[in-house]
Design a protein around this ligand. Structure first.
Ligand code: SAT
Ligand code: MN
Length: 585
């Protein structure tokens, strides 16, 4: 018997019987265990050692070429009633889904080792944390879970104390896209994932548990699981505000979470708490508090360099697992936008040929412990989390959305979140660069009907009169020639300053139909080489464009029918009427 939790023990035995695994290993989470797994993967070619002089303890994994991103069309929410999954999810009847995927699991671990990974999402001592157990036949998944979560003996002890845990069953199967499914059974707190080794499909603590299952659980328990980074912004006076920001995958959450203040903003400091997921709870004083359920970063590699993100650049020079980057002649990792070195091999291990495609896959990733980040905040380990001053939504929009605006109040802020749309990226399979509606940046991750999710968001207003202010940002606005208008990266701090000043009621704003905008003079551009006319452009809203945008949103919301909260429709109607009035004026 490996655990005093008999449910866990019998589930593990059942899975071993079903999959016919050769061997069962209960992971203890030790460094030694990690090192042994790495040795084994180096021996069988799953990992390649990178240059130990320039990149100590760094390894490269080359995935199957057809297994490089999340697969939304193969991801299902399996609830008794289809309407509970909503038009935002692919749905399958739970019994049918179990049957379909269990056939794939039958005997799939013959000749393989089955790893049992107890993990805790969130600080081990936090009342806000939740545990799970992932069973997998992939040592690569175990190594990644070791970096990304608090896993092993300590998590098992907490599971034995709590009594409950999320069950995640994973097999890489044959890595065949035709035999691949990611299935969620929220009512059973169960995940079954087959046929992929890619992060979002295979590290079940991440999107599957900490977003899809947790969002469902959070609804009944009164909290929120969000696709948000958490960052602390400390001003020169030593005062720190915490922000939680939701952007779709590969839109710069990691960069914003570890931003380096520009030279001209002396005395400002940034503290990283999380780069992808936030769990938000109302505390006894009515404040919204956030914890980061994760312990590591699974970030996009291309574009990372000393200038764009020095913290990330330095953090991934040691003790990092790289997936699908290129390699130089002396075995250093290489990617587009690195700005140094020359690739000789591409991400598939073929001789690099610029004509044939990039050296690194556009969705190549690093896996690294959060504690390696120079801007890591030790509060990421605090059981009570941090109080949130502002919630910030954003997307990648060539036009329409201004640099920043503030919602008029909480309910309007929920509409602003519901209205997030963004150009697609390489983080999910499919076409890149088309505008897609991605409410709260949760389109791929909300484990239940969005209409019910918005009602849940709206309900927070009844529970506290001290909720954070809500904002929307867009770093990606372009001119007609396709040049970005805003420099982004470290300079984004200038926008965060305005956001914090608004939270502290230190600055006025201009009321418009879409929300509250800064006067150009209130965005500090000292030391920044930007034409004031460009800043005006960044803050301009075009009524005709916005009327079209609201019509698109209205059409999207109509998909939710009667289930859509009346308050959300009312908020939308108010914006539309204000835009019409402005047009008439
Ligand atoms: O889904 S992943 O966690 O692998 C990356 C992302 O899309 O955010
Ligand atoms: Mn993400």
């Amino acid at each position: 018997m490996s655990t005093s939790n008999s449910e866990l023990e019998s589930w593990v035995n059942d899975v071993a019987r079903q999959t016919q695994a050769d061997k069962i290993i209960w992971c203890n989470g030790s460094e030694e265990e990690y090192r042994e797994l790495v040795q084994q993967m180096l021996a069988d070619g799953t990992l390649i050692e990178l240059n130990p002089e320039t990149h100590p303890n760094c390894y490269l994994h080359r995935s199957s070429p057809t297994d490089v991103a999340r697969v939304e069309h193969l991801t299902f929410i399996c609830t008794e009633n289809e309407a509970d999954a909503g038009p935002n999810n692919h749905w399958m009847d739970p019994a049918a889904a179990h049957e379909k995927i269990d056939q794939l699991f039958d005997g799939c671990m013959k000749g393989r080792t089955m790893y049992v990974i107890p993990y805790c999402m969130g600080p081990l001592e936090s009342p806000y944390s939740r545990c799970g157990v992932e069973i997998t036949d992939s040592p690569y998944v175990v190594a990644n879970m070791k970096i990304m979560t608090r896993m092993g003996d300590a998590a098992l002890r907490r599971i034995e104390k709590d009594g409950s845990f999320v069950r995640g069953l994973h097999s890489i199967g044959e890595l065949d896209p035709e035999r691949r499914f990611i299935m969620h059974f929220p009512a059973e707190l169960t995940i079954k994932s087959y046929g992929s080794g890619y992060g979002g499909n295979a590290l079940l603590g991440k999107k599957c548990h900490a977003l899809r299952i947790a969002s469902y659980q959070g609804r009944s328990e009164g909290w929120l699981a969000e696709h948000m980074l958490i960052v602390g912004v400390e001003n020169p006076e030593g005062e720190t505000h915490y922000l939680a920001c939701a952007f779709p995958s590969a839109c710069g959450k990691t960069n914003l979470a570890m931003l380096i203040p520009p030279e001209s903003l002396k005395g400002w400091k940034i503290w990283t708490l999380g780069d992808d997921i936030a769990w938000l709870q109302i505390d006894e004083d009515g404040r919204l508090r956030a914890i980061n359920p994760e312990a590591g970063y699974f970030g996009v590699v291309p574009g990372t360099n000393e200038k764009t993100n020095r913290n990330a650049y330095e953090m991934i020079r040691h003790d990092t697992i790289y997936t699908n980057v290129g390699m130089t002649a002396d075995n250093q990792p290489w990617w587009e936008g690195l700005k140094e070195g020359t690739p000789v091999l591409d991400w598939q291990g073929k001789t690099y040929d610029a004509e044939a495609g990039p050296a690194a896959h556009p969705n190549s990733r690093f896996t690294v412990s959060a504690s390696q980040n120079a801007s890591y905040s030790s509060l990421a380990d605090a059981p009570e989390g941090v109080p949130i001053s502002a919630l910030v939504f954003g997307g990648r929009r060539r036009e329409v959305a201004p640099l920043v605006y503030q919602a008029k109040d909480w309910a309007h802020g929920v509409l602003v979140g519901a209205g997030v749309a963004s150009e697609t990226t390489a983080a999910a399979s499919g076409e890149v660069g088309v505008v897609r509606r991605d409410p709260m940046a949760m389109k791929p991750f909300c484990g239940y009907n969005f209409a019910d999710y918005w009602a849940h968001w709206l309900s927070f207003e009844q529970r506290s009169d001290d909720l954070p202010q809500i904002f929307h940002v867009n770093w990606f606005r372009q001119n007609k020639d396709g040049d970005f208008l805003w420099p982004g990266f470290g300079e984004n701090l200038r926008v965060l300053r305005w956001i914090i000043d608004r939270c502290e009621k230190r600055v006025d704003a201009i009321t418009t139909p879409i929300g509250l905008l800064p006067a150009a003079a209130d965005i500090d551009i000292e030391g920044l080489d930007i034409d004031p006319a460009v800043l005006e452009d960044l803050l301009r809203i075009d009524n005709a464009q916005w009327s079209t945008e609201m019509a698109a949103l209205s059409e999207d919301l109509a998909r939710y029918g009667d289930r859509l909260p009346a308050e959300l429709s009312r908020q939308l109607q108010m914006v539309i009427e204000d835009l019409d009035k402005k047009d008439a004026a």
